[in-house]
Design a protein around this ligand. Structure first.
Ligand SMILES: [Zn+2]
Length: 602
């Protein structure tokens, strides 16, 4: 089947240009891009003229930072252009070469500018503060400089920093070893499909197999995947133990009270935001348990196993929605965001910001990307179904967030931080969902939509919070001097699964080993951002839908803020305070309401 599909896929040049993105808005030609690369390469050394005298005057500091921004903007633009060209057809060797060149240039740029932050950190607080007072131009960089000043209390002596810098490669070893094992060495036993033919189990195919309506296939895929991890259980526990020990080591030498505090410090987020998330989700776990029971009833199973969690409880509706129809639906769904917003959506639709259809060699999935100074772009692989309409709304959310931030912020603050990244995209999906539920009368269609929404809550809010809780427990254990072994990790993980999914699921032995296969665990205390971002977005979309006073204005301010302040402050201005349980409660109340509606439908 896969092969047939590849044969029938059109070639890049067979796609109607109307449905392709217009990269000429970035560069009129490849030559123009190459010229930018060459010019920049030749001028990179001019940055080094500031080395060792960066903070000797406020003028020096300002000129160097603006030169850095100027170069960085070009590096970003050539990188984005060459990679987007490559993504159109990844087998194109011309663009493989061009994107490699762009990558090399960005590495050269990082090394030429690597002296900047250490030199700023070396200067005294008084000096930097007086520079900010005396030099009007430098005020542009005050958030950046103040943020560096904030980090100073965790910077050690020159000798100690030198020593720590030398350990950084060793510190990366657990993650490297894990990804070698997980991406290169591990393989999974094949399983049989309904026609008794062998299917290879791969990580890429796993979720699709878990969504199979054939229970034997789901079960076999689940057993196959975990059998390979279980075989390596002691090795995997030792690697993870090493990674947690690394986190604890760096946080303690830098005088943080915990690895968690140290990880959140970068975004200036307090531990209470993290605890708040976990505690509030705990309050609503009875509803997750209820959903699990409901799922069991919908699927008409005597026992619900972990491998029954992903199969849709309402069979795919097979509603065909063309791209032209999808655009209209998305616009109707986003109407609560006001005319100004819809005008930008129209710009995206009418001016070829979007690369719509799949072609031979095109990068899979969907994303929004772009460079400062030019409008954002969206890559899709649009298929005529409802999920792809949600993907379009999601990516439009990212793109228009970037559009407003770029228009309203200087280069240095245009990029929004990860903590905020999924807010605009989730708001769009939530508004679209609201619109579809309002306008869909057919019960089965409604049940399908509600289940889609509930599954998002499960995957983003509950599951990521469970991950966040696991990371908190493991790091606290190591901080107390306890060892992480395969047995202790499995027991923590089993308890969490029982706690989150409740009494109506069989907690299969295999799931105890899920910790062993999650790459995000090697980038500790990261996944909670998905859960907080999702909650903030649901809370904000509620405010907008309820026409709360200033809700829309505050949200537009959010879209225009980029990374000009700390993420918690930007969200506060938008109308949600993540230091308080309220936004998470609001999101979870919606989950509860959706669940009650689904319950009535069975
Ligand atoms: Zn996204």
């Amino acid at each position: 089947m896969e092969k047939n599909k590849l044969n029938t896929l059109p070639k890049r040049n067979e796609i109607n240009p109307q449905y392709t993105w217009n990269l000429e808005d970035l560069y009129p030609s490849d030559e123009a891009c190459k010229k930018d690369m060459e010019n920049l390469k030749a001028s990179l050394n001019s940055l080094l003229e500031y080395q060792d005298k960066l903070t000797s005057s406020s003028d020096n500091l300002f000129s160097c930072l603006s030169l850095y921004d100027k170069f960085s903007e070009i590096v970003e633009k050539v990188y984005v252009y060459s990679h987007m060209k490559l993504h159109q057809d990844t087998s194109n060797s011309l663009y493989q070469a061009l994107s490699d060149k762009a990558k090399a240039l960005s590495i050269d740029f990082s090394s030429a500018s690597s002296f900047i932050i250490p030199e700023i950190l070396k200067a005294s607080d008084e000096t930097l503060k007086s520079y900010l007072n005396e030099n009007k131009d430098l005020k542009l960089y005050s958030h950046l400089i103040n943020d560096l000043l904030r980090q100073k209390e965790h910077i050690l002596s020159k000798e100690e920093e030198l020593l720590l810098a030398k350990t950084s490669e060793i510190g990366n070893i657990p993650q490297t070893v894990f990804s070698m094992l997980n991406d290169a060495d591990i393989s999974f036993p094949s399983i049989k499909d309904e026609n008794d033919e062998e299917i290879e189990v791969t990580k890429g195919r796993y979720i699709q197999l878990m969504e199979s309506s054939n229970r034997n296939i789901r079960k076999a895929a689940f057993k196959s995947l975990y059998s390979s991890y279980i075989k390596q259980k002691n090795t995997l526990a030792a690697i993870y133990n090493g990674s947690v020990k690394k986190d604890v080591f760096y946080s303690s030498v830098r005088n943080f009270s915990s690895a968690l505090e140290s990880a959140l410090f970068k975004d200036n987020i307090s531990v209470e935001v993290y605890d708040n998330l976990i505690n509030t989700v705990h309050e609503y776990l009875p509803y997750m348990h209820k959903y699990v029971s409901l799922r069991k009833k919908f699927l008409e199973l005597d026992e619900l196993h972990m491998y029954d969690l992903y199969v849709p409880i309402i069979k795919d509706m097979d509603i065909k929605i063309s791209y032209e129809e999808a655009k209209e639906i998305v616009k109707k769904g986003l109407k609560p965001l006001g005319e100004e917003y819809i005008k930008v959506v129209d710009k995206a639709f009418n001016n070829r910001w979007i690369d719509v259809y799949e072609n031979k060699g095109k990068r899979s999935g969907a994303y929004s990307w772009g460079a400062y100074g030019t409008h954002p772009y969206i890559l899709l692989n649009y298929q005529d179904n409802i999920n792809n309409v949600f993907t379009l709304a999601h990516e439009i959310g990212h793109a228009i967030h970037s559009y407003y931030s770029d228009e309203n912020q200087p280069y240095v603050y245009a990029q929004y931080p990860i903590f905020l990244a999924e807010v605009a995209s989730t708001i769009n999906e939530s508004l679209l969902m609201h619109y579809l539920l309002e306008t869909t009368k057919d019960n089965k269609k409604r049940a399908y939509l509600i289940n889609h929404f509930i599954e998002q809550f499960r995957g983003t809010l509950f599951r990521q919070t469970m991950f966040a809780e696991f990371e908190k427990i493991t790091h606290e254990m190591v901080e107390k001097g306890e060892a992480l072994t395969s047995e202790s990790l499995c027991s923590i993980y089993r308890d969490l699964n029982i706690k989150y999914y409740g009494p109506d699921i069989v907690v299969d032995l295999e799931i105890d080993y899920e910790w062993a296969r999650i790459p995000h665990f090697y980038n500790a205390f990261y996944v909670y951002k998905y859960a907080t971002g999702y909650s903030a977005a649901i809370a904000l979309s509620n405010k907008i839908l309820n026409n709360e006073k200033d809700a829309l204005n505050n949200y537009m301010t959010f879209l225009k803020s980029g990374g000009s302040d700390y993420p918690i402050n930007i969200l506060k201005k938008a109308g949600v305070d993540m230091t308080n349980p309220q936004p998470i409660q609001k999101a979870l109340k919606l989950f509860k309401n959706l669940l009650e509606e689904l319950e009535k439908m069975q």
